[in-house]
Design a binder for this molecule. Sequence first.
Ligand code: FAD
Length: 493
Amino acid sequence: MQTTKTCAVIGAGPGGMASAIRMANKGYRVTVFEANGWAGGKLSQSVEQGYRFDMGPSVFTMPQFVDELYTLSGKNPRDYYDYISLDPVYRYFYEDGTHIVAYKDPEKFAEEVAQKTTESKETVVRYLRDVQQKYDLTADIFLHNSLHKIGNYFTGRVLRGILNFGKLEAFKTMDKSNRTWFKDPHVVQLFNRYATYNGSDPYQAPATLNVIPHLEINLGAYLPKGGMYAITKGLVKLGEDLGITYRYNTRVKRIVLQNNRATGIETEQNGVEPFDVVVSNMDVYNTYKHLIPEARKPKTTLEQPKSSSAIIFYWGIKHSFEQLGLHNIFFSANYPEEFDHITRKKQLYNDPTIYLNITSKKSPDDAPEGCENWFTMINAPHNAGQDNWDEMIAQTRENLIHKLSRNLGTDIRPLIACELIWEPRKIEAITSSAFGAIYGNSSNNKFAAFLRHANFSSRIKNLYFAGGSVHPGPSIPLCMLSAKITTNLIPNA
Ligand SMILES: Cc1cc2nc3c(=O)[nH]c(=O)nc-3n(C[C@H](O)[C@H](O)[C@H](O)COP(=O)(O)OP(=O)(O)OC[C@H]3O[C@@H](n4cnc5c(N)ncnc54)[C@H](O)[C@@H]3O)c2cc1C
C-alpha cells in the first residue's frame, strides 16, 4: 500500500502559506494550522464602517516570487490575483516645505531630486547603479540560498560576492555611506529611510542594506488589485486547489519530539497528531519558547536584539486629499533623534516620521465615496517591557493629528470617522511575533544576516523554519524566498 507523507505547517503567514504550497508540490499531504480565524498573519485585513484596511504590509516589491508559486503549481497567477505597477511610487514631505515625488522611472526620479534639492541628477543615477551592483553581488549569498550549508559558499556567484566584500560596505553604516554620496540632508534622509524596511536604524545598520532602495526604485513597486490582502486570498485559494487543508482557530501548543526528531504536533482541539515533517512559520523565538521548551536553544541566535515595531492608526477619513498619493512620507525634522528614541531609549519621539498609505487612491471600493482609508504608521520600539505604552500611544495620536493637519492645511481630527490601532503588544498577541518586533532580529549588527536562525534545525530532524524571523529575513518577497530555501532542503515525498 502506498502511503503519502504528511507535513504540518504551523502558521498561515506569507512564509507558511508559501511553504505549504511548495510542500504540496513536493507530493506531501499538507495541513496548515493557524491560531487565528483567518489566513495571512501580518498580511491580513480589517473592514470597519465601509473602510477596508490592509493591516500590515503595504509596499509590494518583487512580485515574481509570489507568482512563482502559481507557475510551480501549473497555474496562471493572473487567475488568482493581479497587480498594477505604481507611478509615482512615493510622495515625500519635509518639514521645511520641500516635496519630492518618487517617480517609477529611476531617471525621472533622479531629475526630480535634482530639481528639488542641491544634488545632481548624475549623482542620484550613479547611486542607484551602485545599489544595484551591491544587490547583484549579495543576492545569491544572502537571499537565495541557505547561509548555513557550507556547500553553498563554493558556487561561482557566491565566491564573486565574497571576493568583492569591500564593495558591500559592511563596516560602514547606511547613513555614513549615504553621506559620502550626498551632501543634501533631504536626500540622505530619503535613502536612510530604507533601513526601516526591515526594522533597522540607518545610524547603526551596515551600508550593505543600501541594496533595499534598489528593490523599490530600480525594480519597481506594485499594488495588488483589491489591496495587499489579495495576495493572501490568492495563496489560500491556490493552496486549497492543491488539496492543502487549512485549520483555522487552531493554535499549535507543542511540537512533539522523539529522539531528537519532530514526529507531530499537538493542539487543544485534537491532541497529538503525527506528521513526517513539521515546518514552523511561528516566530522562531516563540517556537523555541512555547512549542519545544525542552530543546536546547541556539542562544546566540535567539538572543540577538529585536527589530523595531510600529504603531498604526487605521483611520477612516471623511474627506479626500488631492495632494496625497498611495504612499506618502512626512519626515521628522530630526531623524537621528527619532532613531535614538526607537533604538536606544526604546521610547517614542514627539516628531516621528509618518508613513501614510491610502489604498483607496487606487482601489476606490476601499472607502466610501469621497472618503479615504488611512493607514497611518510610525516606527516604534519593540515591546521591551515599557510601562508607559498607553500614554505614549495617546501622545503619538495627538502628535500625528497635529503634524498631518499642519502639513495638509486642514484639521483632520473631525474627519476621523473610525479608528483601529495596532501597536507592539497587539502585534505580538495577534501574530505571535516575539516582543511585537515586526521583523524578527534587528539588522543593526553587521553580522545580523549570519545570526538569523537557519531554515532547519541542526539538532532536531524533520523540523524546519520559514518566515520573516528566520533566514533570509522579513518582508513578503523574503518570506517567499524563505519558504523556497526551506522546502528545497526537504526531500520529495
Ligand atoms: C505594520 C507592518 C507593516 C509591514 N510592511 C511591510 C511592507 O510594506 N512590505 C513587506 O513586504 N512587508 C512588510 N511587513 C513585514 C511582513 O508583514 C512580514 O515580514 C511577514 O508578514 C512575515 O511573515 P511570516 O510568514 O513570518 O508570518 P507572519 O505574518 O508573522 O504570520 C505568522 C502566522 O503564524 C500564526 N501562528 C503563530 N504561532 C502559531 C501557533 N502556535 N499555532 C498556529 N498558528 C500560529 C500567526 O497567527 C500568524 O498568522 C510589515 C509588517 C507589519 C506588521
